[in-house]
Design a protein around this ligand. Structure first.
Ligand SMILES: NC(=O)c1ccc[n+]([C@@H]2O[C@H](COP(=O)([O-])OP(=O)(O)OC[C@H]3O[C@@H](n4cnc5c(N)ncnc54)[C@H](OP(=O)(O)O)[C@@H]3O)[C@@H](O)[C@H]2O)c1
Length: 228
């Protein structure tokens, strides 16, 4: 399919940057966002012959989401992919300050859904809306200690995405929550088993394979269902 177009929110570094590069390499036109100037993303855009373009977005700002929607008016997206998220360490929930709790929940759960609601009408009827989730958001697989706030934020994201999918069940769009595996990024840490270069091509395969199949699925990078 020539000239497929994707918008990736949060592509300055880590998995989002590698996904922007991978889709561009596969022939997609990609719009990728950063919130501060990101040299690596800029360099990839400069080398892309116009196929990768950069926009600015602080995803937690409703005003900036609305402004991005205005700037992209008239575009037709085949894929809207929300990648951005944060982690604020490994405190047990009783030691998490209220400000930290709200920051992580606003960034990882509320803002991705606000982004989908603001931008979804740019997505073609047979297109895909996807959010980077995590196996850590699986309630039934939460059997190891640690990362309680991050896990809760991804579980909240998954639950909100299920509500979104119910509310927009008839829009014909494919809806995905993606678990990319544990990767060595700033968020994943230096001890993670995977690199983004290993996992993101598999994620891109899943995105391409799922295109055109409406409904919501929570899938890992092999295309296998992750249990809620
Ligand atoms: N790494 C893993 O092992 C792993 C495993 C499962 C799921 N994930 C998920 O994969 C996604 C990417 O993670 P990563 O490992 O690549 O993390 P990362 O290297 O820390 O990158 C996070 C990205 O999100 C952006 N971002 C954060 N908050 C933002 C905001 N408020 N507005 C706009 N952009 C924002 C960052 O931009 P700045 O450069 O401006 O900070 C950066 O581009 C996340 O959703 C994460 O939860 C990661």
């Amino acid at each position: 399919m020539p000239n497929r177009q994707a918008l990736i929110l949060g592509a300055s570094r880590g998995l989002g940057l590698v996904l922007a590069r991978e889709l561009t390499r596969r022939g997609w036109r990609v719009i990728a966002t950063m919130r501060q100037d990101a040299a690596e993303l800029r360099a990839s855009a400069d080398a892309s012959n116009g196929r990768l373009t950069v926009e600015s977005l602080e995803m937690t700002s409703p005003g900036q989401l609305a402004a991005l929607r205005e700037r992209l008016a008239g575009r037709r997206l085949d894929l809207l992919f929300v990648n951005a998220a944060i982690d604020r360490g490994d405190l047990p929930i009783g030691e998490v300050p209220t400000g930290m709790f709200t920051e992580v929940m606003i960034t990882n759960a509320l803002s991705p859904l606000r982004a989908l609601e603001t931008l979804r009408d740019l997505v073609a009827p047979g297109g895909t809306v996807a959010v980077m989730s995590s196996e850590q958001g699986s309630v039934s697989r939460n059997t190891e200690p640690g990362y309680e706030l991050y896990k809760a934020s991804k579980a909240a994201l998954n639950q909100l995405m299920r509500s979104y999918a119910t509310r927009h069940a008839d829009d014909g769009q494919t809806k995905l929550l993606i678990d990319p595996g544990h990767n060595r990024t700033r968020l994943g840490g230096p001890g993670a088993p995977l690199t983004a270069q290993e996992s993101i091509p598999a994620v891109a395969d899943v995105l391409e394979a799922q295109a055109g199949a409406p409904g919501l699925r929570f899938l890992d990078r092999h295309g296998e269902i992750v249990p809620w």
